[in-house]
Design a protein around this ligand. Structure first.
Ligand code: 5GP
Ligand code: MN
Length: 343
């Protein structure tokens, strides 16, 4: 699979890279790593997503300034390879891709729910990050991993594993990180750039969200919300919330967290996290509202008026929680009826 992806990349002289909206470290890391590898191989490369602005904290990545905003794209050049990175479905990025018409597409990803929408699909749902998959593609095809590429790849691995602490962290993840360090990455500098790098307005947004937390359901669930006015009042743009929902998982006993963000047009987006011990996964919850992601980190839109979002979220979560308790009790009763020794 890695070799096939590598050969596909080699076969085209022009690459167009797409990443998902609301860029995170893995999307940016994989795009900039692939961009640099393409330039080094003499390819003509460009990179798009529907985002109007990238998170400033990632400016240290090479080719950060080569990003261009596009809502729509025409996939009509037979000599161009269109590469989707970190996108579980094609609708997560620019519109205009018709899976039946354009065949020059490559999909590199690590979402378990990836719909394999491209001609060539290189998807490993067990990989920590798209950057990990990309590293393996580069190794399979003997692409040179320069220090700049190594920094980009390390960024995605670091961010998608929460700094090597989430359950998607494996020996392989650490082995690859070790290789990247050997290639020139300084882990302490990277941790500073990624984690100790909030702007004051972003910090104030986090403070507002943290102060609004509501914990309920035997202390298992946490929800919070950021309103469009918060961004306005703090002077923050909307790119600084990566990692915020994870923060709520640091509350003792919390197994599931959902943080809602209100966009200026009134759209509400949820960022959802879960861990072992949650009666339902983040992915399952997000899918119920038309979203998706990983089992323990997912997102969706939530079509309720902003003033109702917190209470609706609580109600939706509690409803599922009570169903799970009820199913558990039913299972216990059935088990008892079937297996308890009769007198
Ligand atoms: P985050 O909460 O960090 O924005 O997203 C968590 C994970 O869920 C990421 O892997 C992200 O790509 C995925 N995700 C977020 N929103 C959506 C969505 O609307 N649809 C799908 N399929 N995945 C999403
Ligand atoms: Mn990712």
């Amino acid at each position: 699979m890695m070799m096939r992806a590598s050969e596909t990349l080699r076969a085209y002289d022009t690459w167009v890279i797409f990443t998902h909206r609301k860029s995170d470290g893995d999307a940016l890391g994989s795009a900039t790593a692939l961009f640099e590898a393409g330039v080094n191989a003499g390819k003509s490369v460009s990179w798009y997503s529907p985002d109007t602005k990238l998170p400033e904290g990632y400016r240290y990545l090479s080719h950060f300034d080569d990003f261009r905003t596009r809502e729509e794209f025409s996939f009509n050049d037979d000599d161009t390879l269109y590469v989707f990175l970190d996108c579980a479905t094609e609708v997560r990025s620019v519109s205009g891709y018709d899976t039946r018409v354009c065949v020059h597409t490559l999909n590199i990803d690590h979402h378990e729910d990836n719909t394999e929408y491209a001609r060539v699909n290189c998807v490993d749902g067990k990989a920590s990050s798209t950057c990990e998959v990309l590293y393996r593609i580069f190794k399979a095809g003997s692409w040179e991993i320069t220090p700049k590429i190594a920094e980009s790849l390390y960024t995605g691995i670091f961010t998608d594993t929460g700094g090597f602490i989430f359950s998607n962290t494996s020996k392989l993840t650490h082995d690859i990180a070790g290789e990247l360090i050997a290639l020139g990455v300084d882990p302490s500098i990277m941790a500073d750039r990624i984690s100790q790098n909030k702007s004051v307005p972003d910090f104030q947004i986090w403070a507002r969200a943290l102060s609004r937390v509501k914990v309920f359901g035997d202390g298992k669930f946490a929800v919070s919300m950021i309103y469009a006015d918060d961004f306005h009042e703090a002077g923050a743009d909307m790119t600084g919330t990566e990692g915020l929902s994870q923060m709520f998982m640091t509350i003792r006993g919390v197994k599931f967290a959902a943080v809602a963000t209100e966009y200026p047009d009134g759209t509400i987006r949820l960022s959802v996290r879960s861990r072992e011990g949650s009666p339902f996964g983040a992915g399952e919850f997000a899918r119920a509202f038309g979203g998706g992601g990983h089992e323990r980190a997912a997102g969706c839109t939530f079509d309720f008026p902003a003033v109702e979002v917190m209470s609706r979220l609580e109600a939706e979560i509690l409803r599922r929680y009570h169903v799970s308790i009820h199913v558990g009790e039913r299972r216990d009763v059935l088990y008892h009826e079937c297996y308890s020794p009769h007198q």
